[in-house]
Structures are given as C-alpha cells and as structure tokens.
Design a binder for this molecule. Structure first.
Ligand code: ATP
Ligand code: MG
Length: 381
C-alpha cells in the first residue's frame, strides 16, 4: 500500500488540502488575463497551488505553461528554457519550429527534438548566435512576446506560471523586470502567476519605483488552517488501515509548527514506521519515536549548520527556540539567555533570517525547520 502523505515535491491532487478560496481566486484571475503575484515563505505550498490552478485552467480550455526561474544559470539559458516550454504547447514539431523561426527569426533559433535525462522526447531550443548583452535584451523582448502570439494563432487563452520568480533579479538587474512588464501588460488573453518564496524580495519588487508596481493582484499564501489539516491526516491514516489515536492529527500539526511541508514529512515518516512495524494503531508515542529517528538522521546536517554560526547567532537561535520567538529584544530575555546588547541581537536575528533558518511570523520569530527546532532544543546548550 502506498504512503498517502507526500513531501518534498508538488503534492498530487489526492494529498492536496484546502486552499479552496485561493485556488478559486487564482483560477478566476488567470482566466481573466490578470498578472497575479503569489508570495509566501518557503514550503508553504505555492508550487502545489500553481499546479492545481494550471490544471483547472487547462480543463477550462486554456493553454498552460509552467517554468521555474531559479533553475537556470543564466539569463540566456532561462530564455532558451522558457521558449522551449512555450513551444511544447504547440502541436507538431515541424510546425512549432517553423512558427518559432517566424516569430523570432532574428535570433536564429535552433530547435531540435531531443530526449531529456529521463528519456522523454521533447524540444531543445538554443540561440547560438546571441552573444552580447544587447542581443540578449532584444531576444528577451521577442521571447516574452511569444505567449501573446500563441494565443492569437491558436485562438485560445493561456495561463502561465513563473515559479521562484524572485530569481529573475539575478539575471540582469531591473531590466528583466522592465522587459517582462512591458510585454505582459499588452497580453489580454494571457494570465500570469509570478510566484516567489522570498517575501521581502518579492514585496520590494512590487514597490512604487519598480516596474511591477500595481501590475496585478497580490496573493499572500498563509499556512493551512490546523482544523482542516489535522482531520485530513487522521482520515488518511484510517483509510490506509492505521487507526489514529484521538488528537494525533493535531499533535502532528503542532510538532511540525503547521508548516505544510513539515506536517506531511512527519505524517509520511510515522506512517512508514507504523507500516514497517505492522501496526494497526498509531499514537503520540509512535510520533515521538519517529521524531527521534528523523533527528538522528539529520544530526550531521544540523551540526554542520550550527558550526557555521557565530556564538552570538547560536545564542540567539537558542533563545528563539526556548522563548518561542517572542520579546527577544527585551532586557529580561537578553539577560536570561546571555544575548548581549539589543543591537547585537538584532544583527544576529537578521543574519539568521538571511540564512533562512528563522522566519518572521506576524507576532514572533520561528525556526523554519521544525526538526531543526527540536534538535536545537535537545542537543545544544
Ligand atoms: N495544499 C496542501 N496540502 C497538503 N500539503 C501541502 C499543500 N501544499 C503544500 N503541502 C506540503 O508542502 C510541501 C511543499 O509544497 P510546495 O513545494 O508546493 O511549496 P512551495 O511554497 O512551492 O515551496 P518552495 O518555496 O520550497 O518552492 C509539499 O511537498 C507538501 O508536503
Ligand atoms: Mg515551489
């Protein structure tokens, strides 16, 4: 029997919890050609939501395309990858090739049919003659105009997702943002979702002096309500023949800090342990058993992270765990955890946020990885 919990990848529809309102809004916005910005910290479920939204858009007759901006090592590689992704919505490869030469002939695209690493045949696109910054800028304008042309040609609407969009900054500073904004604002039949997992970068990108200012609606993805997540977990255990002790779902959600990824990880791993032991019931004690196993497995990695921190950062990180991230700058806490002056603590907190080890919730700081939080509480002094 297959484990009903999934983590570390886009969740399949069967393990997808809630997000009903968000999905509904996203699908509607995409259908009406809006340019939506989807923002949340890491691992809240942006990519999973996008996948569901594009699927729904596809069922309504839109052409869809999805690309992860951060996977590319250069601006040109991204443009090639994006062109390739857009080409796959064209049917028939001869037709696609001819069409592309027509659309961006100046950059002399090379289109090949190639097997990818898993043996699946697909297009490969290269622009071998594009070399200088100016060539790239010109090419970019053509590439970002492609979705509009596809819609005209096919007489269909389109929904496009650019995931990990904050990575666009790395390519060529502000000019990429300009080029994209200029192209997409004329594409009335193309809905876009720009999703980013570094909230501060994304919010800055939407600031009043930047090209995407007021370009479209902003969706800030929150955690999944515990009262929906917990029963979902219990029902999956029951359905797969493992009876959960009352309250187990909520214990998992709590231990995982209600981070969608961490919740699914703990559920998945406890399910595995229960199955391996041939258990028909599962309780909080089993949960702690699994938690210990996971901590032991990650020990080396957490240790390495810990070693990289300065002493001040270590003390601050411990204080975030022990004081549950609240009032860290107060004289009382600084003294209790021997943190030093408030500016020192402030600097340490900033460094820890930058390192993606802690995140700022509305009213407190929290350790991003719930396993790491447990490790710090148990293994550091
Ligand atoms: N709606 C959901 N229902 C159940 N689990 C979810 C849901 N959304 C996310 N998860 C859990 O969180 C994990 C991370 O989800 P996803 O990759 O979609 O997040 P993300 O915000 O795109 O993360 P990243 O910033 O790392 O790209 C999933 O593998 C799954 O375990
Ligand atoms: Mg993602």
């Amino acid at each position: 029997m297959e484990n009903p919990f999934v983590y570390g990848e886009v969740v399949p529809a069967a393990s997808f919890v809630d997000r009903i309102d968000e999905l509904d809004r996203l699908v509607r916005d995409l259908a009406s050609g809006q340019k939506v910005f989807l923002i949340s910290p890491r691992r809240y479920g942006k990519s999973s939501l996008i996948r569901q939204a594009l699927r729904a858009a596809g069922r309504r007759g839109a052409l869809t395309a999805e690309i992860t901006v951060s996977s590319y090592s250069s601006y040109l590689a991204f443009l090639e990858g994006y062109t390739r992704t857009l080409l796959t919505v064209q049917t028939g490869w001869e037709k696609a090739r001819t069409w592309l030469r027509d659309a961006i002939g100046a950059a002399r695209p090379e289109v090949r049919l190639e097997a990818d690493s898993s043996g699946v045949m697909g297009f490969a696109v290269k622009f071998p003659t594009v070399r200088t910054e100016r060539d790239i800028s010109r090419l970019a304008a053509d590439v970002f105009a492609l979705p509009g042309r596809i819609c005209d040609l096919r007489g269909r609407t389109m929904a496009i997702a650019l995931d990990e969009f904050q990575a666009i900054r790395g390519f060529n500073g502000g000019s990429v943002e300009h080029t994209i904004r200029a192209a997409v604002q004329h594409q009335r039949s193309v809905g876009y979702v720009f999703a980013g997992s570094e909230p501060s970068l994304m919010e800055r990108m939407l600031g009043s002096k930047r090209p995407f200012y007021k370009a479209g609606p902003v969706m800030r993805l929150e955690k999944i309500p515990p009262e929906l997540f917990a029963p979902f977990i219990e029902s999956r255990f029951s359905k797969t023949g493992i009876k959960p002790e009352p309250g187990l779902g909520m214990s998992i959600v709590d231990l995982a800090g209600n981070m969608p990824y961490d919740v699914q990880r703990l559920a998945h791993e406890s399910w595995d342990d229960a199955k391996a032991a041939g258990k028909r019931r599962i309780g909080v004690e089993d949960l702690h058993h699994t938690l210990h196993r996971l901590l032991a497995e990650q020990d080396t990695m957490f240790e390495a992270v810990w070693q990289r921190l300065t002493l001040g950062q270590r003390a601050t990180l411990r204080a975030v765990v022990l004081a549950e991230g609240r009032e860290l700058l107060s004289a009382d806490l600084r003294e209790r955890y021997r943190l030093g002056g408030s500016s020192t603590v402030q600097a340490a907190l900033q460094a820890l946020v930058r390192e993606d080890l802690i995140a700022r919730d509305p009213d407190r700081y929290a350790v991003v990885d719930s396993l790491m939080r447990e490790w710090i509480a148990r293994k550091t002094f």
